[in-house]
Design a protein around this ligand. Structure first.
Ligand code: PNS
Length: 165
């Protein structure tokens, strides 16, 4: 059986913390789908298509596609804008959702969603503790710094820093 994981998020924009989680997850599964999810409850800074493109560029620039080329797990960037997240998970035959955890706040936020996703479709959630170098990094912080014309390069992949400049 192919072991497939899905890492969902708004990726508005993708950060170095996200890349850390993607890079560590792709070694553990045959395929890792990084899924840009449209969240109607949030008004995004970046258009959906830019978020997908910046993820693709960032994964490529970080050399993560070479993991697949050297016999590791393949990374697929995809998007989902209609229906439940677990619908995508079951459609592609994935078994696991992966979430990055920076602090106990993230555990508190993620736990009810993990329970509901398991109730809905039997999908398990795996929580990966973010590298301590990135525990202070969030997309919302990046959006705030960027909106005030600050330097976001310590927090985001180079492709995102170039785009936001
Ligand atoms: O990067 P974000 O904004 O924290 O990502 C949130 C996301 C996309 C993971 C979350 O909003 C989500 O899981 N959306 C899917 C909607 C859904 O299926 N809800 C029902 C089960 S919780």
């Amino acid at each position: 059986m192919q072991r497939i994981a899905v890492i969902p998020g708004s990726f508005d924009p993708v950060t170095l913390g996200h890349l850390d989680v993607i890079g560590r997850t792709c070694h553990l599964f045959d395929e890792t789908h990084v899924l840009v999810v449209h969240n109607p409850a949030k008004s995004a800074m970046l258009p959906f298509a830019d978020r997908v493109r910046l993820l693709e560029e960032s994964i490529e620039e970080a050399g993560l596609n070479e993991v697949a080329a050297s016999g590791g797990g393949k990374i697929v960037v995809a998007s989902w804008s209609v229906g439940l997240l677990v619908d995508y998970v079951t459609e592609v035959g994935a078994q696991v959702l992966v979430k990055g955890i920076r602090s106990s706040n993230d555990v508190t936020y993620e736990t009810p969603m993990a329970i509901v996703n398991r109730n809905l479709a039997g999908v398990e959630t795996m929580m990966i503790v973010t590298d301590p170098a990135h525990t202070h990094v969030s997309s919302s912080l990046v959006r705030q710094v960027a909106s005030l014309a600050g330097d976001v390069s310590p927090y985001v992949p180079p492709a995102v820093a170039r785009f936001l400049k």
